[in-house]
Ligand binder design. Structure first.
Ligand code: GLN
Ligand code: ZN
Length: 765
């Protein structure tokens, strides 16, 4: 019989119950016992939901108070020394201290690093490894939660993060230390964990090894072989290997060569890997087919999935085939049924976690010969309705993208000519000062927005409030003597949502939350159709702001790659196509800003880097269309108009050529934390355009000293020409308070002025 399986369920709850409970606990408003109860209730509800859906293989230990990698850190006792963890179980206080840092009861420790989980917008806590790192089983979570489900009458398959991925995702904190060398001391702890699960009656365990879809070194491949042989030799549990987010490709022989009872494949991201897998799978192994997209919100095409499954059944027989979502449903919102505001047509095209489980079951049962004809017919109708809906297709938009010519991607002149014209027209001092766009989103700003949304403030009242805030922000920047001002972005709650709400082809859910990190969730917009711009989106505010000052006002836009990356994207055309449609919409906005008299326009591409494919061989293709999209946005304005971009991260070494190919006149980047080290990439490559290396870290409430910023500017001057350098913070200021922002920016302007004076003196000498 073809069986159905799930790899993981969203933890936060349909209404973010876990978020609220965890945050209340952090604030000291509830006890640990109360928090544990909320968590327990959520787990029970989610197991029950999966059971009711008819899922055969239900996961446990997919729940987490923060993150599954942190859970593994606690499980194997890899707690960094600074948390003062003594032997024994890792308690909740230590657990959250690792996640968030802790300043309490005489303890003052910083958090562990956090980074993005593969190419998702989920973040995990990065394990810290040193030669002296030792491991000991230090959590009973996996066992406890298995027992908890069992007590409810549900036999689950515990999920654990595999040992090789766990080590590979960690960071070595010693020069030249290879974390894979820790494998021999890590494996006994894994073996002990498996034994404990077995003792409680577990028969199977899901071992997540997503690193198997990456480019692997020979050492990593050997580690896989070694790890799984040892684990299999020490347990009677059936080991189920889960891979996702891309295909196995050259690692297929390795994966199927491991002593595991089944291998899970992501057939949404990499459908073509099925063929090779059908040949590589051993007679003792089952194949788990991830045919339902765990990372997007579209209804599955049941007939198309069934065909894939049947192909596997023909070759392997029905007992060796499992149907599953492509990856854990952690990356999906919980329940479409909660949505009250999405219109019926659109809702008919969507599927959230709960609906995806129903799809998995329908496919598995159909493959087992029990096809629900009515459900399949309704699904086929929904798929057809979406394909042919006039709401999706806008011939003018399609024509514009397919008709794009080289000239659309080009400014009129090369940078050298443009910058000369811009310098003449903008008349800025050397080392001009600016900010990245947003100013503090105070409680007051958020309260006014909430009132407006609830209808308690009229459009006029809200606009008047925003005008007042904007004007005040401009006055403050003038007083500080900043050279290129911004309006402050008070009218925006989010840099993607704001634009999505104004563009055609976007929709918004009410409860489509997806965990981003810890208790933080994001609600990505849904791009369902061809994207166009019915009317100007930012001109009103830019124009208003420019009228309040004689200084230069910078127009502020979000770039197409970032909008794409932070949305649920339609799956019926390539991402590159959707990206270019957004690019043309933004281009029109850029042109309109220019017409309205805005001379400096910033197009943020905060997410350019996170869109990189997992395999290096795929990078070029992505970067080509990502860069083209940016160039489309900037290609419509005169040479005199200065185009800025902003990227808020610090690894540029491997993408610097693409960044240069974007050909923005000015780029602002994050450098303050790495003390300008990342400028190395710009220097080695001889980045030709202008650069604003962030001189202070806005991610910390700490106010930087003026001398620190001056010394950072000196460092920048060591490697860049004075004509090339801008002075700015390293990201937007919206998460900070005015009390920190004012002194920090005042110091920044003073630092710039001092260094300008030095340059002048040097010239005179
Ligand atoms: N302009 C945006 C802001 O200042 C940029 C934010 C970002 O890069 N994440 O808020
Ligand atoms: Zn930023």
């Amino acid at each position: 019989m073809v069986r159905s399986a799930n790899l993981g369920f969203p933890r936060v709850g349909a209404f973010r119950e876990l978020k609220h409970a965890v945050e209340a606990y952090w604030k000291g408003q509830s006890s640990e016992a109360e928090l544990q109860q909320v968590a327990k209730d959520l787990r029970a509800a989610h197991w029950k939901l999966q059971q009711d859906a008819g899922i055969d293989v239900i996961p446990s230990n997919d729940f987490s108070f923060y993150d599954q990698v942190l859970d593994m850190i606690a499980t194997v006792g890899a707690v960094p020394e600074r948390y003062n963890h003594q032997a024994g179980l890792v308690d909740l206080t230590t657990y959250f201290a690792m996640a968030r840092g802790r300043q309490q009861d005489g303890q003052d420790v910083v958090a562990m690093e956090m980074t993005k989980w593969f190419d998702t917008n989920y973040h995990y806590i990065v394990p810290e490894f040193k030669a002296s790192t030792s491991f000991a089983l230090s959590s009973t979570k996996a066992v406890d939660q298995f027992k908890e489900a069992k007590a409810l009458g549900i036999q689950t398959r515990p999920v654990i993060l595999g040992p090789v991925t766990f080590l590979l995702l960690g960071k070595s904190y010693e020069e030249g230390f290879d974390q894979l060398s820790l494998l021999p001391s890590l494996l006994p702890v894994y073996a002990e964990l498996l034994k404990a699960l077995e003792a409680e009656g577990a028969t199977d365990v899901q071992i997540d090894e997503p690193c198997l879809v990456l480019d692997l070194s020979a050492d990593a491949k050997a580690a896989y072989q070694n790890a799984f042989e040892q684990l299999a030799g020490h347990t009677n549990l059936q080991l189920h290997l889960a891979t996702y987010f891309d295909g196995l490709r050259d690692n297929a022989a390795l994966a199927f060569g491991l002593p595991v009872a089944s291998v899970h494949l992501d057939l949404r991201r990499a459908p073509s890997q099925l063929e090779a897998a059908l040949n590589a799978v051993k007679p003792t192994q089952k194949l788990s087919l991830g045919v339902v997209d765990g990372r997007n919100i579209w209804k599955n095409n049941l007939n198309a999935s069934l065909e894939v499954v049947q192909k596997a059944v023909e070759k392997l027989g029905s007992d060796r085939v499992i149907v599953a979502p492509s990856c854990s449903l952690l990356h999906s919102p919980v329940d479409l049924d909660s949505e009250q505001k999405l219109d019926a047509e659109l809702k008919g095209w969507l599927s959230f976690a709960k609906q995806k489980l129903a799809e998995v079951v329908l496919i598995a049962r159909a493959a087992a010969g029990e096809r629900d004809d009515a459900a399949f017919a309704a699904n086929a109708e929904a798929i057809r309705a979406r394909e042919t809906s006039p709401r999706i297709h806008n011939p003018a938009v399609k024509e514009r993208v397919s008709g794009a010519v080289a000239a659309d991607l080009q400014r009129d002149s090369a940078f050298e000519k443009r910058i000369t014209l811009q310098k003449a027209s903008l008349n800025l001092p050397p080392l001009p000062t600016t900010t990245i766009g947003s100013f503090p989103q105070t409680q007051e700003v958020r309260a006014a927005r909430a009132k407006f949304k609830k209808g308690e403030l009229s459009r006029e009242q809200y606009d008047a409030f925003l005008e007042e805030e904007t004007t005040r922000c401009i006055r403050i920047q003038e007083e500080m003597d900043i050279d290129v001002l911004v309006h402050g972005e008070f009218e925006r709650n989010d840099m993607v949502e704001y634009f999505g709400e104004k563009l055609e082809g976007f929709a918004f859910s009410q409860f489509g939350w997806v965990q981003s990190y810890g208790s933080r969730c994001v609600k990505p917009p849904i791009i369902f159709g061809d994207v166009s711009r019915p009317e100007a989106m930012t001109v009103r505010w830019a124009e208003f702001a420019q009228k309040q000052t004689s200084r230069l006002m910078k127009g502020m836009l979000t770039g197409p790659v970032t909008i794409l990356q932070w949305s649920f994207v339609r799956d019926d055309q390539p991402r590159s196509e959707t990206c270019k449609q957004i690019a043309f919409a933004i281009r029109d906005e850029v042109v309109d800003l220019e017409k309205a008299g805005i001379k400096v326009i910033q197009i943020d591409e905060a997410a350019l880097r996170e869109g990189l494919p997992l395999r290096r061989g795929d990078w070029k293709q992505y970067l080509d269309w990502a860069v083209d999209s940016f160039r489309i946005t900037a290609g419509g304005v005169k040479d005199e108009t200065q185009i800025h971009t902003h990227m808020c991260y610090s690894e540029f070494n491997d993408i610097i050529e693409a960044v240069a190919a974007m050909d923005a006149d000015v780029i602002s980047i994050e450098t303050s934390r790495s003390a300008m080290e990342l400028l190395d990439a710009f220097v080695a490559f001889k980045y030709p355009n202008e650069i604003g290396p962030g001189v202070y870290d806005i991610h910390s409430p700490r106010v930087p000293k003026q001398e620190e910023m001056e010394s950072l500017l000196h460092k920048a001057l060591d490697v860049l020409t004075p004509e090339q350098i801008w002075v700015n913070p390293d990201c937007g200021l919206k998460t900070r308070g005015w009390a920190e922002v004012k002194p920090a920016l005042e110091g920044m302007v003073k630092a710039a002025k001092n260094v300008r004076q030095e340059l002048k003196n040097r010239q005179a000498a």
